[in-house]
Design a protein around this ligand. Structure first.
Ligand code: ATP
Length: 349
């Protein structure tokens, strides 16, 4: 059992604020993903939970006990880093066993624990090999097994897949998801990859500049982004965003006119997802503009046009064929639109 509470946690180095007012309770067995661009404070947050970084404001509690002053080794958390940090002179078996030795766990139990952990990550056949004789994905799995073998209350994972190639990333991601389900351990996972976040998380925390932007399930964050930053960070492609002006319920920007909006008059940022819009017959839609680029995705064709400075994409049928420069018309019903404050990007309504 491990519930983690972050109470207004902050981290400063001199006048520089790395993390500000992080306030969240992470439920026992929850898989929480910290997501955001480079430098947004994800790793710092995780390191504070691990005890590798001092907390300069607020409080961290694990199962109701304040751990601010506890050494990392006394927090019962296991960390998996993007660099595997394996001991090169030890074989896989010894690497996985190492935390048990360090923690003085009864040697009679080591063999069974190492074999169970290595089986979970499908490394049973490689126990005698040295790290240099393994692929990147296998090394990452040794690092995972080394965390599993400790049977910790909390897993902390910092971009554990970032050194793997695209294909291995997908299969190892699936393995992590399956393991977390099987082990039922509270997990905090750091990534800048929104697909990783969406596929793994029970809840995602989106961060920017040390500040939490939104906390929610992947669906909540995708369907109702709290601001334009979250909207632009989640989804592939990112949500289309256009700056324009609303007058009597009609949004107007270059090449665009969308009626029927429930929004106050004035400047506004309007967003919609590529898959929610569609192509319309000639001049029947709300955007009429020449095709800027076409991408064949296999199951669909992504059609993009330029609207002012923004690139706006719509997902068309895979059979759609046209040439760059041909004019298309994009249907954007008002009900698929997300509206954001033009100044601070906050969601409206
Ligand atoms: P990345 O995805 O690049 O790892 P991140 O979101 O994990 O980024 P952090 O490593 O948490 O970001 O860093 C947050 C901010 O704090 C960054 O601007 C970073 O430069 C700064 N920072 C980190 N460690 C220190 C330090 N020891 N002293 C001063 N500033 C630091």
């Amino acid at each position: 059992m491990a519930e983690i509470q972050l109470r207004n946690v902050g981290k400063r180095w001199g006048s520089f604020v790395g993390v500000e007012n992080f306030d969240l309770t992470i439920a026992d067995k929850e898989f929480l993903v910290l997501l955001g661009p480079s430098g947004c404070g994800k790793t710092t947050t995780m390191r504070m939970i691990a005890g590798l970084e001092d907390v300069t404001e607020g409080e961290i509690l694990i199962d109701g006990t304040t751990v601010n002053d506890l050494e990392p080794k006394d927090r019962d958390v296991a960390m998996v880093f993007q660099s595997y940090a394996l001991y090169p002179n030890m074989n896989v078996y010894e690497n996985i066993r190492f935390p048990l030795k360090v923690r003085g766990i009864d040697p009679a139990t080591h063999d069974a624990k190492v074999r169970r952990a290595s089986a979970m990550v499908e490394l049973d056949e490689f126990l005698h090999r040295k790290p240099a004789e393994l692929s990147g994905g296998q090394r990452q799995r040794v690092a995972l097994a080394r965390a599993i073998v400790r049977e910790p209350n909390v897993f902390l994972m910092d971009e554990p897949l970032s050194n793997l190639d695209a294909k291995l990333r997908v299969s190892t991601r699936a393995q992590i998801k399956n393991l977390s389900h099987e082990l039922a351990v509270t997990t905090i996972y750091v990534t800048h990859d929104q697909i990783e976040a969406m596929t793994l998380a029970d809840r995602v925390v989106v961060m920017k500049g040390g500040v939490v932007q939104q906390v929610g399930s992947p669906t909540e964050i995708y369907d109702r982004p709290a601001n334009a930053f979250v909207a632009s960070f989640i989804g592939s492609p990112a949500m289309n965003l256009m700056k324009g002006t609303v007058s009597a319920g009609t949004f107007i920007a270059e090449h665009v006119e969308i009626t029927g909006l429930n929004a106050p008059d004035g400047p506004l940022t309007l967003g919609f997802r590529a898959e929610d819009a569609s192509l319309a017959g000639e001049a029947q839609g709300q955007i009429n503009a020449p095709i800027y680029t076409l991408e064949l995705l296999g199951d669909a064709t992504m059609v993009s046009v330029r609207v002012g400075e923004a690139l706006v994409s719509v997902k068309a049928d895979k059979t759609f064929r046209a040439a760059i420069g041909d004019t298309v018309s994009i249907r954007i019903p008002s009900e698929i639109c997300h509206l954001f404050n033009a100044e601070d990007g906050a969601r409206l309504g």
